[in-house]
Write a protein that binds this ligand. Sequence first.
Ligand code: 0A1
Ligand code: ZN
Length: 881
Amino acid sequence: MRTDTGQVFRLEDYGPSDYLIPETDLTFQLDSADTRVEARLTVERRDGVAADRPLILDGDGLTLESLLVNGAPVAESDYEATADRLVLRSTPPAKRFELTLVTRTDPSANKALMGLYVSNGVFCTQCEAEGFRRITYFLDRPDVLSVYRVCLEADRKTAPLLLSNGNPTDSGELEHGRHFAVWHDPHPKPSYLFALVAGDLGAVHDTFTTASGRDVTLAIYVEHGKEARATYAMDALKRSMRWDEERFGREYDLDVFNIVAVSDFNMGAMENKGLNIFNDKYVLADPETATDMDFANIEAIIAHEYFHNWTGNRITCRDWFQLCLKEGLTVYRDHEFSADQRSRAVKRIAEVRTLRAHQFPEDQGPLAHPVRPRRYREINNFYTATVYEKGSEVVRMIRTLLGADKFRAGMDLYFERHDGQAVTIEDFVRCFEEVSGADLAQFALWYHQAGTPNITASGRYNGRAREFTLEIEQSVPPTPSEARKRLMHIPLAFGLVGSNGEDMTFDGADGATVEDGVIHVRKRKHVIRFKGIGARPVVSLNRGFSAPVTLSLEASAEDRMFLARHDNDLFSRWQALNTLFTEALIEATQRIRGGKEAAFPDELLAYPAEIASDETLGAAYRAQALTLPAEADIAREIGSSIDPDAIHAAISGLREAIGSQCAGTFGELHEALDSGETFTPDAASAGRRALRNVLLDYLSAGTGTPEHATRQFETADNMTAMAAALAVLAHQFPHSPQTAQALAQFEERYRGNPLVLDKWFMVQATTPGPDAVERVRGLMAHEAFSLANPNRVRALIGTFASANQTGFHRADGEGYRFLAETVLAIEKDNPQLAARLAIAFRSWRSLEKKRQEHAREALATISQAKELSRDLRDIVERTLA
Ligand code: 0A1
Ligand code: ZN
């Protein structure tokens, strides 16, 4: 475990390395307890660098067995090898030389799941960000690109499959039942994209012919017996490959493309060149075991990793500060892909929900950082919602500023100019400036300045002057180490909606640049006058969520309801209704805290029946519209002195009120949606299931009985219907015998399927109420639970801490103490996983006083622990700061 040294890495300290490694030749003698790694590195001194400049290679927990320079041993006084670096005091006079080093590792003892490890008997690797240095000493930084040749040797019986990056070039038998395979990757790549897999796995195979006629052999490897569950992923892969050709003109560039699913993985998946390694959760799916959400996630993540081949692999990051260069852009690309495959509006709503749930609290709390950070202590902690999701929003805004054609031209220029390079955000932005002539200097602050901008807006209509005046103000709140903020360039898509529901035209506007339905906010305050307006419009602002800001738009409930019914932008219709729900819930929360009963406006209780049965809207959209804000959404909106119990009571009250008011319509629709059709994972069928499940939630709350849910649970023929019914039972009727029975049946039926059992853990981890902590503690003793498996840990501990507001934030602090203790236990083996869990503490300062105090104590317990990892210390200290 890397303990903290207090070292901080700074963007301004970047300098190119003195040496390069144009070629890397690796031989692995794989053995689960003792693997020998021989690295033959062709090293090149950069022009102008003297031979007495030391060559310093990174290592992490390594032991050096031997070292040769140009085939000859090196005198002990000429080098120094420690666990975390190898220093060659000087190098040979010739510019190019060869370094041969042998290291040994014990993959079966690697529980951090970085570097070379064993998952369920399969050797695999994870090298991003700094895992390669756990395999051999190397210039382990993304701007050192190397052509790799890899020879894998292993026992044929236990590891018949030997994979690495690139194309296979040779294979054969060795003595003692061993065999070998050689792989060559012609594309120079950084070490973080290196991968190998060796084991005994089943596969689905397919082929893909690229636009220019190149045949690519595709394979997805999974545990034996699970092959049928990989066919959806294969289909998603082929759709992704075609889409990238059509939308971005990007073709695949090797003869083979392999995906391997492993059961122990710290993140979702990894884009290693030609050999993507996946968390099996994001590969395996069939109707019986996977929900529609699982199918959608698989489609998105398969696409994401595949798209990295161009945005990340062919063009990579100069340094880790530039992480959003590949991640934000690739998330943008996978969002666009999913939007094209499904309903664009529904996809956008889901994206915004995710952004608000994960990125906004990050941006508004102690862990806030710019999309392109300037400093870090542990890079693993920067795989954040800000880098990924806000990073994607920034690319999306570039598309809004430039329009579709210039955006595509900018992307084309980027691919052409920087192919084969390791570059920066400045290089990326410059491409768009050059193709459009636009000055993106102010806009680029989105990359450099942390914090979610706030926009306040209000409008006034003057009938005599036929003018509508819109006042818009921006402010960016202070964030850690950035007290003063500069003004941003914020593109707000908008419409002035007339009483017939159509956008009104106007004769011009002054006070801001208004172009193509977008207001360009660049100053602190704009007073925009729209001229030639014959009647009072209702303003629809930030349509499509064109900018990732918080918006307070002064508007009456009538105007919001009008937009919810009539805006021609589907996202904004959803937003208007969501705002009404949010405002009502905030008020109800305050009443409850004041000892009063919650009360809700009549129209808000009646409208859900109208929208549920509005056949002009897709079912998936209706499901989104009917889904109430989450507890965390209301907490974020309230912002300070939060009492999660009151919020929970308010939401339960609204659900119940809508459920009983709309019982007739909802009941009929719930029934009618049970068409008995055979399951297909397409978006339209998934939408009908989503709507049915939302209705079930309301119906159960309205009637106050578990009957509907029990019936749906018992008759479900797919996991989407079954898991939703189980959640309603467990969350709304935690103490009913029907719930106990359903939980027991589910456990019994899926005992042998860890990914499905995770849903069982999750549903119980998110059951609200003060007894949740004890329940979760109890479940940790379940035979299927293991602290060593990240998916199990996230399902039980992660969802408890991040998605059970009343359980985790229990008033006596027991939830916090539990998390602190568990995080410390996990950290011993897997610091990265532990640090991610600890993020649940980040909003502690917005809680009411007593909870704040308990949370602070729990954080202090972690920070006082001895020998804390760099990962955890970094999170805890920034959270406490
Ligand atoms: N680049 C991957 C994410 C990733 C990052 C770090 C990892 O180490 C454990 C693994 C995966 C992606 O964006 O999909
Ligand atoms: Zn990625």
